[in-house]
Design a protein around this ligand. Structure first.
Ligand code: DWN
Ligand code: SAH
Ligand code: ZN
Length: 419
């Protein structure tokens, strides 16, 4: 009989301590050493890149999926953090719609107050401001915070945590809503966050946040959602678990068609609001799919390796045929793909992007140069790898001329395909 290595072979580094419950986190995939996904360095700085071990696991006690190693927050979120939320029309519309909903449902009292954690360039709070409603963004990345201020949005350049919440509550009073998009999953210290929200929320107020959903990541194998900043991959079950530890209840969930599939979670203090039937329904669906089982998650690994091998094989084949290829969208996600698959400038000579802070710099780790999206047509490559696959409709419309003159898009999730 074969020895059961799956149990006996668990070395120390394949487990870590859960950031939520101190239980045992068991690894299900290891990307090895990786650079920071949003560190777009110049050629001169490239040899100073910070690296860490990107591995992801499941807490066998509370089911929270999380990274095994944490990157110090100041290394990721600082004055030069390059991501601008307003860079996509689809996302601008999404956040305008979100603001309108919060205004209509939660910010209806005599002098409502809305706090956003991770307000970035003010894409959501700008709409709250235009409605004349009191608001405050909490955003540690000084550059994007400054962009929001230029738009008249009130921002505190700071990390949100318990102590920040105390200061805000003292200066501005209680909040009706604390909102966050694509930020709570970036924060390992959820204990401090939830204690802070408890300090800040008025009685009956809500904490609303939306993040990439493990259910969607597993379904379409969007493994590139795993990188330094995405410390947690949430499910309704794991969010309900952490909420209850701090006196909150998960009262609503809604699936969102952004960034490849997210869930918007609404938390209220226990007993303050009725729980929507959508919550037990989603938790039941997750159980049916085995999303809290190590075996289910381990299977994703085969898909990751297949996608990376197929992508490299396609790029090598195109190079042999003498076809030109470029990347489109210098996303944080693409760092995981290029570095795990081993794709460098020899297979992909450049990546096009609209973000001023990324243009003229290098893709993290792979060293692929980034060019302005405006130069994509000078001349068009024969093929373009769509790293910003979450903005497919928007980019295919913006770059309609590329396909019209014979250019071909390559996507890699859920599988490598030429469109
Ligand atoms: O969670 C996060 C999300 C919200 O944003 C952060 N941790 C970091 C960042 O992740 P990302 O870089 O993977 O996000 P996006 O939205 O997929 O990035 C799109 C990139 O593509 C940006 O660099 C802008 C660029 N872009 C472009 O060149 N042309 C985007 C659009 C829509 C375009 O038309
Ligand atoms: N909400 C925006 C930005 C997401 S990017 C959107 O959905 O597009 C993640 C943001 O979270 C960055 O702007 C980063 O600076 C911010 N962030 C990271 N840790 C934070 C913390 N502890 N408190 C507040 N913001 C934080
Ligand atoms: Zn746990």
């Amino acid at each position: 009989m074969e020895p059961d290595v799956s149990k006996s072979d668990v070395s120390k580094s394949d487990v870590s301590k859960c950031r939520v419950c101190a239980g045992e986190v068991r690894k299900f995939f290891d990307f090895g050493t990786q650079p920071l996904s949003d560190a777009f360095l110049t050629e001169r700085e490239a040899d100073q890149a910070f690296h860490f071990r990107l591995a992801v696991g499941l807490c066998t006690a509370c089911t929270m999926v999380q990274l095994l190693e944490e990157v110090p927050r100041e290394r990721m979120f600082h004055h030069d953090y390059p991501y601008h939320s307003s860079g996509s029309r689809h996302m601008r519309e999404h956040f305008a719609q979100t603001a309108r909903e919060l205004l209509a449902t939660e910010l209806t009292g005599p002098d409502p107050f809305c706090v956003e954690i991770g307000s970035n360039d003010g894409v959501m709070l700008g709409v709250i401001k235009d409605a004349g409603v009191r608001h405050l963004g909490v955003e540690p990345s000084g550059g994007v915070a400054e962009l929001a201020r230029k738009d008249g949005v009130r921002v505190r350049t700071d990390f949100f945590e318990e102590s920040t919440a105390r200061l805000i509550a003292a200066e501005d009073g209680p909040a009706d809503v604390v909102y966050a998009a694509n930020t709570i999953c970036h924060i390992p210290y959820l204990d401090s966050i939830l204690r802070g929200v408890d300090i800040l929320l008025r009685p009956g107020g809500v904490f609303v946040f939306e993040d990439p959903y493990l259910g969607d990541i597993a379904e379409r194998n969007t493994f590139d959602q795993i990188y330094d900043e995405h410390f947690y991959l949430f499910t309704a079950r794991s969010v309900r678990g952490v909420a209850r530890r701090f006196g909150f209840e998960l009262v609503d969930v809604r699936r969102l068609p952004v960034h490849g599939g997210e869930v918007r979670y609404t938390l209220a203090r226990q007993g303050e609001r009725e729980v929507s039937p959508a919550v037990p329904a989603l938790i039941e669906e997750e159980a049916g799919r085995g999303l809290a089982e190590l075996e289910t998650l381990e299977k994703l690994g085969q898909g990751i390796d297949r996608i990376c091998a197929d992508l490299v094989a396609l790029l090598e084949d195109l190079r042999r045929q003498g076809r030109s290829v470029a990347g489109y969208g210098a996303t944080a996600k693409s760092a995981t793909v290029t570095n795990y698959a081993g794709i460098g400038p020899e297979l992909l000579p450049c990546v096009y992007d609209t973000t001023p802070a990324k243009i003229g710099r290098l893709m993290p780790g792979s060293g692929i140069p980034i060019r302005a999206a405006g130069e994509f047509s000078r001349p068009y490559p024969d093929y373009a790898v769509l790293f910003a696959w979450n903005h497919t409709d928007e980019i295919l419309a913006r770059e309609a001329e590329f396909a019209a003159q014979g250019g071909k898009w390559i996507v890699y999730v859920p599988e490598v395909r030429v469109l």
